[in-house]
Design a protein around this ligand. Sequence first.
Ligand code: PMP
Length: 407
Amino acid sequence: VGIFNGVDTLPPDALFDIKKRYTQDTRAHKVDLGIGAYRDNNGQPWVLPSVRRAEEKVHADKGYNHEYLPITGLPALTGGAARVIFGPEYAEDRTVSVQSISGTGALHIAAKFLAKFLPERTIYVSDPTWANHKAIFQLQGLNVASYPYWDAASKSLLLDGFLDSIDLAEEGSVFLLHACAHNPTGLDPTPEQWDAVLERLAARNHLALFDSAYQGFATGDLDRDALAVRRGVRRMASVSPVIVCQSFAKNVGMYGERVGCFHIVLPDQSSEVNSRVHGAVSSQLAKLIRSEVSNPPAYGAKIVGAILADKSLTAAWHADMVTMSSRIHAMRAALREKLVALGTPGTWDHIVEQCGMFSFTGLSPEMVRRLETQHAVYLVSSGRASIAGLNEGNVDHVARAIDEVVR
Ligand code: PMP
């Protein structure tokens, strides 16, 4: 009877546990800076106007139904998604694109695919990185190591350490790169630094795996935020495949609908080889997806597919992206300004210099604990704050709370 009696109890997921404590907190002035989900100026989830319009369009379509999607997903989504991320670098004949269960599912497909075809290769992730990265690859039995990325003292990129790791890693290793708006630091390499990273990756025949979960959040511009991926695809075309794991959770604001794509861009070989490998990789991915999810979820895919297929909806979506990124930017400025006005010890310029949804504040775990217990301000113990949780009604309270715990 007791075959599972020896199963260990694991601690709850740190991020979702913050959400739980926040929900149970009865203090009226509580502030959630935990999970990376956009909130409007009233602290509410925001259904993008472009998404509302796309929903109406999808429902008005006479052919609307709840049939299964193809195994590899909705072509309007996978094709549109490839064009959004690759732009002018999209080489359709060398790119295999399949739908995934949001960004996590895309990373999971990457992990399964690598475990099957390149099981000996180590996956290098940035230090620090999104907490789930390690778990996703390790669960498939892959070896995960890290490369230096963030210097806590200077709050800047450890470019030399990053480049050295690329040089020292065994040839043909996998490097997981945050396409933009690095989570948790909010610090991205400059275009010149990206070029240096890509040169070294190419020199060592490494495989670049881009995780694109925040396209549009770094600059408000989807094209500018795809710079690293596009340069990567161009640089690696003669070297190695490039993998891209793409999430639409944040930039379309459809977190729970799980819309994403997994892409492999094959290196440019003869057209005969390109076509054969394309077919082979597609067939392997289809088999993998069939056994894992059978076929991907349809609703969110139809909405995002509709946005990407219609010029006017795409333009509306771009405008929504600007709305979200500008509000976050304004909140960064407001928080920094208030801390400076309070004379809070330390420098706070990094809050405005960092990009995307997060600020890596530099607050210690003890300060974060006190923010929660004394001030009802919730963030991750690493000091990462989701700036999207700030608004005109709570930024003053948050600044005063930070001021109190820092002193
Ligand atoms: N990668 C990174 C860096 C992320 O921050 C996230 C979301 N927090 C994801 C991938 C995946 O998110 P989702 O599965 O919701 O698309």
